[in-house]
Design a protein around this ligand. Structure first.
Ligand SMILES: Nc1ncnc2c1ncn2[C@@H]1O[C@H](COP(=O)(O)OP(=O)(O)OP(=O)(O)O)[C@@H](O)[C@H]1O
Ligand SMILES: [Mg+2]
Length: 362
């Protein structure tokens, strides 16, 4: 057995079939998939689902449950669905981001439909092969994990709903009907802006808003907001080199980083999110759109339009033609103006405007 292989697998104890039954966990699954990795301060156990690795994320994140081990047999409790997040990679700086996310979520505790911070701990549950590229590369480069190797994690509540990128992928290349655009604007975007306004009230900027981080709850017809892993405090010194997702991130961070973190980052992101949702998955761009073969060119091209007015931006953009004459277009290009000083700053007003435009659209 090589050193690497000896680390594969989760060393945390698994649950017995009886314990699964007591906890109300589905027992048709292999109980070995359920590993106890910690507990909360009200004595619930943190159970990680080994098969529940979130596929698309960069950082290791797993689905899991909080269970109450003291529930009498025959009275199965409802296990609470949770997400367990680990650092992106082994560098200590990345551990600090996780700590920051914990602090952020603790600050936001009174806001509904954002993840609640539930617990934190350390686990020696490394399955490097699947744990993430950064971890895998680190080992491949000859680093040896200390023994026992503890990796910090945070446990957060699950927010109900389907990520909005699923909605835009479904309609890929289709411009939504007027009614659907009304719903996107008046319910989804207005709802997200309303939550962001509450986040800003607490002095926090989300910094990574995009369709994948807005969840729509079909039953309640309301949105939630997730992933505060890139969030910072308003007026902090900006972080270099840690961007959100480029297509949704304002260009000044690449070319003229502001001196202080500014809530207008989120205005840009919600504007470009609106663009993507309304254009069936597209990303904003301007002009010839030829030099977009690299990430840098993509942002540089947007930055080149910072002196343009809203009308010119719309004209030069790849927004579907049917939308160019709408008040929806005029508003979202104001939000994602390449010049930060042209963007509105008050997220509550942004929510009100989305609601109004949504109502007009029907
Ligand atoms: N609290 C939550 N409620 C519901 N879904 C969640 C929650 N936390 C994470 N997820 C799901 O797991 C995915 C990854 O989580 P998250 O975005 O927080 O981590 P990440 O490492 O930043 O991922 P990425 O790099 O893809 O943005 C989310 O896109 C979402 O599908
Ligand atoms: Mg994410």
């Amino acid at each position: 057995m090589t050193y690497l292989q000896s680390y594969i697998g989760f060393s945390a104890p698994s649950l017995s079939v009886t314990a699964c039954r007591r906890a109300g966990l589905p027992i048709w699954r292999n109980p070995d998939n359920y590993r106890i990795i910690g507990d909360t301060n009200n004595r619930r156990l943190v159970v990680l689902d080994v098969e529940g690795r979130i596929k698309h994320g960069n950082a290791p994140a797993y689905r899991g449950f909080l269970i109450s081990p003291e529930t009498p047999l025959g009275h199965p409790c409802q296990p609470e669905p949770i997400f367990i997040k680990f650092p992106h990679g082994p560098e200590i700086g990345l551990y600090e981001w996780l700590e920051k996310e914990k602090e952020t979520l603790t600050t936001l505790i009174d806001i509904p439909r954002v993840p609640r911070f539930l617990a934190a701990g350390q686990a020696d549950i490394i399955e490097y092969q699947r744990f993430g590229q950064d971890w895998h590369d680190w080992l491949k480069n000859g680093n040896q994990p200390p023994y026992p190797y503890k990796i910090p994690f945070i446990v957060i509540s699950s927010v109900n709903g389907t990520a909005m990128n699923a909605f835009s992928d479904q309609t890929l290349k289709f411009v939504p009907s007027r009614q659907r655009l009304g719903w996107l604007t008046g319910t989804v975007l207005a709802g997200a802006a309303e939550l962001l306004a509450r986040v800003h009230d607490h002095g926090i900027i989300h910094r990574d808003l995009k369709p994948a981080h807005i969840l729509y709850d079909q039953e309640e017809q309301i949105v939630g907001l997730i992933d505060f892993g890139s969030s910072t405090r308003i007026a902090d010194r900006p972080i270099n080199g840690h961007f959100g997702t480029l297509a949704f991130f304002p260009p000044e961070y690449v070319f003229e980083p502001p001196e202080k973190e500014d809530p207008r980052i989120d205005a840009y992101s919600i504007g470009s999110t609106a663009f993507t949702l309304a254009s069936g998955g597209g990303h904003i761009n301007y002009g010839e759109r030829l030099p977009v073969d690299t990430v840098y060119n993509f942002v540089e091209n947007i930055w080149a339009y910072r002196s343009a007015g809203v009308a010119e931006l719309i004209k030069e953009s790849n927004l579907p033609a049917e939308l160019k004459e709408t008040s929806f277009a005029r508003y979202i290009f104001q939000l994602m103006h390449p010049d930060i000083n042209q963007r509105p700053i008050n997220m509550r007003e942004i929510a009100d405007n989305f609601r109004r435009i949504g109502t007009e659209l029907g």
